[in-house]
Design a protein around this ligand. Sequence first.
Ligand SMILES: Nc1ncnc2c1ncn2[C@@H]1O[C@H](COP(=O)(O)OP(=O)(O)OP(=O)(O)O)[C@@H](O)[C@H]1O
Ligand SMILES: [Mg+2]
Length: 383
Amino acid sequence: MAKKQNVGYLSVRESRRISRENRKITKEFEKRRKRRNVPESEYLTTMKDPNNAVEFDDLHTYFYTDAGTVKAVDGVTFEVPIGKTVGVVGESGCGKSVTSLSLMQLLQRPQGQVAAGEIRLNLGDKAYDVTKAPDEVLQKIRGNAVSMIFQEPMTALNPVFKIGDQIEEVLELHNEEKLTESKMKERTIELLEMVGIANSEGVYKMYPHELSGGMRQRVVIAMALACNPRIIIADEPTTALDVTIQAQILDLLRQLKDRINSSIMFITHDLGVIAEMADFVVVMYAGRIVEKGTADDIFHHPAHPYTIGLMASKPVVGKKIDKLYSIPGKVPNPINMPDYCYFKDRCEMCVDKCSGEYPCEISLSETHKVSCYRYYDMKEETK
Ligand SMILES: Nc1ncnc2c1ncn2[C@@H]1O[C@H](COP(=O)(O)OP(=O)(O)OP(=O)(O)O)[C@@H](O)[C@H]1O
Ligand SMILES: [Mg+2]
């Protein structure tokens, strides 16, 4: 490049130009969203495989900010099969939460928009592309078909209402049939018992601050289960809890999933948790999937240098080492991504081709896919 660039610095004029352009783009998106009486045919779709609960197909979610366009999720494709748990791992800022928020359509608007791609949600008799569904339909989907368990239970509960009232509100909002007051209480107590709260009658009348962290997370899980969702998104549900409680909550989630036969999309940066929970694992890096496969593929045959690095930086019981491995460098700036493999600058296993364009997905087996030049010679390209 002939012109010298001030990296990481924007002039006032530049910033104004970006801001003007981005505002124009978001205005268009919002205009589309605010239309009334959108015909169902616009967001009706068919699942690629009816055994999937959700299919993310080439999802691009961008934030059009004044400093530039943040490509938080940049071409993510994976599916969550019915009755299975899919773990999404990756270090902080790689786009895990933005992927799940795109499914819930709870992105920070107007900046946050799904710029391209589809998210197909299986509703049994039909399937919707949630990225094109209008707000009124989405409101029905949230809580009914898809529900979410957040990291910090205190932020998900309202401190000024009793636990019972809060669960009943969910039942009232998301149930098709109107329940009587006594039926509603009965169902709430049943839910509290289902998530392992012994003193359910007592907890029903308590305020959130009267409960411990683990109990609060159980209440949040009860709320998430209130309407038998098809898919539960658990975004770091145990990070705020201590290790023993964490194990109990994981156990509970596993049991409940089997009981109501729903799927779980489990987001975490803790590989240990993924190993315990997931059937399939998706490894994200800087807004893209670098490797995906069954839990066995990822844990026993990690292929991408990033996954190998993540595995090496995880402590192992019984193995004595002086220092844990840490992946050198940091995640690239999402506003200004390189045009070669995003991991190249941190990679210790580079081959000659790595300076070329971003590597496409290679199939190592039926289930195991990786985007890395190291495997180009071994397998034929899939894309
Ligand atoms: N409202 C927003 N405006 C601008 N950029 C955002 C916004 N929300 C998220 N981002 C950017 O999107 C990228 C992905 O963020 P995301 O929250 O999905 O990360 P994450 O993988 O969930 O990380 P963590 O493990 O810390 O939760 C980050 O670079 C973040 O800075
Ligand atoms: Mg997150």
